[in-house]
Design a protein around this ligand. Sequence first.
Ligand SMILES: O=C(O)CCC(=O)C(=O)O
Length: 377
Amino acid sequence: MKMPLLILSPPLVLSPSKETSPLVFDASILQNETNIPLQFVWPDHEKPCLESPPSLLHVPPIDLKAFISGEPLAASSASLMVNSACQEHGFFQVFNHGVDSNLINEAHKMMDLFFGMPLLEKQKAERKFGEYCGYASSFTNRFSSKLPWKETLSFRYSADPKCSNVVQDYFMNVMGEDFSKFGRICQEYSEAMSKLSMNIMELLGMSLGIDPLYFCDFYEENDSIMRLNYYPPCQKPDQTLGTGPHCDPTSLTILHQDNVGGLEVFVDEKWHSIAPCPDAFVVNIGDTFKALSNGLYKSCLHRAVVNSKTPRKSLAFFLSPRMDKIVRPPKALVKDASERVYPDFTWSTFLEFTQKHYRADMKTLDAFSNWIQMERN
Ligand SMILES: O=C(O)CCC(=O)C(=O)O
């Protein structure tokens, strides 16, 4: 399928204007700047409200060990909590998840080392336009307004046995020998996330009243994305955002945030925060799973705010199906074809759409599904 040149709101500006010198997000300098560049200043209606901190969102704490134990009461209570949270906003937390805390701590330490390096070093892994892997500092080469106050390093993880070292290989090929430990830890961390996502998929299947193994099977050879987010301090935290409001186009996000705090979710026309908890992962439904659940589960708008004192880190694993899998709700969720909310699509088409034609917001899945329907008519 050939992609149309759609410009969705807000408009995509591909390069900085020729009259001004290109903007560079060098965190080591900008974190002390009291006059932040205008490109980072968000419109008033989108600015965070730091004087009156948002109320906490109720995200049910799910004891995954109890769920996996197969004890019927624990399993049914977890699945009821997940069902109601996913119909309301799509966010919940998992505890007793079985991921080694040393591995999580090591990953955070590696992030400190990486993002603490000089900009020129980090730029050796720079992400190219239209790609989703690599180092990106604030997307200064892609947009020229509403820039996020952050740096990211993203890479691909695949559970296909033929790609058993894909993360480690990426680090070695793009960043070199010196990054082999970082690569190994990211490989292990991504594998742990992929394994954890299978348990969560079992829970989601049960919560939707279908065969608990249905989604495990669907995501068995998942082709996922791992993103390390680093938010440097900002002397004008009330003017900018670390990550702007967006819904995740992927299927399921498993997020570990450090203890600084900054994640917010838009529910009932208000922003709510999710307090950090080092023992838990925050899980949220993305657009692709929303489509798989035939619109029953929500993929909710969220963002990250920054602060003037402490850098913040988060690790996001974006579970996605194998590129050629057809995203179509299981029969049990669609009694009649007229009940279908979204058309069939493959993750590869949706990913390409998100990379080339828009800036993430809450309408991406609708825009994408309108585009598919236009193409097919
Ligand atoms: O850092 C966070 O808390 C949120 C990150 C996020 O939403 C993203 O990476 O898409």
